[in-house]
Design a binder for this molecule. Structure first.
Ligand code: HEM
Length: 190
């Protein structure tokens, strides 16, 4: 599980996107597990999207991944959306960081952040925004800024009464983006 999360974060930071999940109504549906052409008879519905798969094993893996995901344990799409809305209320009230968002469309920013966090926490749809290093590279961000943002995310999850152990896991995933967001070299692996 840890390895999967680490790989996911590396992929997100390097902007390697996961296989696009394709709705089964698409004539050229691609299996989100194998990347091969999907069989329109093998499908599952998750959060109002119908996903089609190459074979039964792929469908089973997709369903098991969803059940195991931190995303689903946190409450899925509705919970993530509520969290991001509340998170930006806190961010925009904080003098340490609010000026960074002066010229930013908050509608777009919230949409991108929802997408990023969903994907990073194991949601079914891949992140399609900029890689985190590129998105933040000209901002001269420091640990003070990063810690402020992380603090607001943690306070948001606490306010929404998310289970403590899940908050710890979510914060460790968000914490793993620090080097990319602060434009530092990634730590070398032993
Ligand atoms: C805690 C880790 C962080 C995560 C996971 C994160 C995530 C993101 C994401 C997904 C985007 C959208 C990228 C795109 O345009 O496609 C973004 C943009 C942005 N982030 Fe962060 N961010 C983090 C930390 C920070 C910090 C510490 C600041 C400043 C205090 C910050 C300020 C911004 C701003 C201003 C943008 C908008 C850039 C633009 O549209 O020009 N972020 N961030």
């Amino acid at each position: 599980m840890k390895k999967t999360i680490a790989l996911l974060i590396v992929s997100l930071c390097l902007n390697i996107s996961a296989a696009e999940p394709v709705n089964s109504s698409s004539p050229n549906a691609i299996c989100p597990i194998t990347g091969k052409a999907a069989n329109p008879a093998i499908t599952t519905v998750y959060e109002d999207n119908t996903y089609a798969f190459f074979d039964e094993a792929s469908r089973a893996k997709f369903e098991a991944d969803r059940t195991a995901s931190l995303y689903q344990q946190l409450g899925g799409k509705a919970a993530l959306e509520a969290a991001v809305e509340l998170f930006y209320v806190k961010v925009l009230a904080d003098d340490r960081v609010k000026h960074f968002f002066d010229d930013v469309s908050m509608i777009k920013q919230k949409r991108k952040q929802k997408e990023f966090l969903s994907a990073a926490l194991g949601g079914p749809i891949p992140y399609t925004g900029k890689d985190l290093r590129k998105a933040h590279e000209d901002m001269n961000l420091t640990d003070v800024h990063f810690n402020a943002i992380a603090e607001h995310l943690q306070a948001t999850l606490e306010e929404l009464k998310v289970d403590k152990a899940l908050i710890t896991q979510a914060m460790s995933i968000v914490g793993s983006t620090r080097n990319a967001v602060l434009n530092r070299p990634e730590a070398t692996k032993p």
